[in-house]
Design a protein around this ligand. Structure first.
Ligand code: 13P
Length: 249
């Protein structure tokens, strides 16, 4: 059975007090769920989040990390720094990192290797841009993103990988992929992994959908057989909306 996951990517939002408030509200209102619930606050509030959620089943993830062990990388954060504050899950490859910070497949492969060397769990994001979908290239774009950053891994490494398909045209735009479009792509991703590895790896990996998931559309998207949950941006910043999305799974 694949793990169902609802993860909130808070991006560059919420100061210290707002983070504390949202964490308390989420902990208080968290419903009983079979799904794993994860939040990814900004770096400066990660240690606080980890401390405040100690008694909760909500897990904490980082939004990014560097591939190097340590050293002269001003502004960067290492895997060991995350593990030191008991954060063992990291989002890598988000389209905003790719678009605004020049992260390419080659760099992401290095980050993936480091995270796996440290036995961390990776939420690996990828997805096509609007032009790529319009021109019918979305399947080949997604296939090459996966291949270039992940397909050098051994099959055994995939137990630490969660995939998050996030079509760029659906992120923060209010326009979401239809449940059918999400299912079509998720099934394609699973088939691609099955061909590169085997059906066991493909059947076990959780594939999340991300891009304008809201309380009103979550149940339909999560209802599709190859959609194992969601990576939520804007709607994860409001406790009631995030809780409603968790209930939808
Ligand atoms: P939105 O839910 O705001 O569209 O963001 C999705 C996302 O980028 C999650 O990583």
């Amino acid at each position: 059975m694949r793990t169902k996951i609802v993860a909130g990517n808070w991006k560059m939002n919420k100061n210290l007090e707002e983070t504390e408030a949202l964490l308390s509200e989420l902990s208080a209102k968290l419903p009983n769920t079979h799904a794993e619930v994860i939040v990814a606050p900004t770096y400066v509030n990660l240690a606080l989040a980890q401390r405040n959620l100690q008694a909760s089943s909500i897990k904490v993830a980082a939004q990014n990390m560097h591939f190097a062990e340590n050293g002269a990388y001003t502004g960067e954060i290492s895997a060991d720094m995350l593990l030191n504050i008991h954060v063992d899950t990291v989002i890598l490859g988000h389209s905003e990192r790719r678009a605004y910070f020049g992260e390419d497949d080659e760099l992401l492969a290095k980050k993936v290797n480091t995270a796996l060397d440290k036995d961390m769990t990776i939420i690996f994001c990828f997805g096509e841009e609007l032009e790529e979908r319009k021109s019918g290239n979305h399947f080949s774009v997604v296939e090459s993103q996966l291949k270039n950053a992940l397909f050098h891994l051994d099959a055994s490494a995939w137990k630490n990988i969660v995939l998050a398909y996030e079509p760029v045209w659906a992120i923060g735009t209010g326009e979401t992929a239809s449940p059918e479009q999400a299912q079509e792509m998720h099934a394609f991703i699973r088939k691609t992994i099955s061909e590169a590895y085997n059906t066991e790896v493909a059947d076990e990996v959780s594939i999340l959908y991300g891009g304008s998931v809201k309380p009103g559309n979550a149940a339909d998207i999560f209802g599709k057989p190859d959609v194992d949950g969601g990576l939520i941006g804007g709607a994860s910043l409001k406790a009631d909306d995030f809780i409603a999305i968790i209930k939808a799974i």
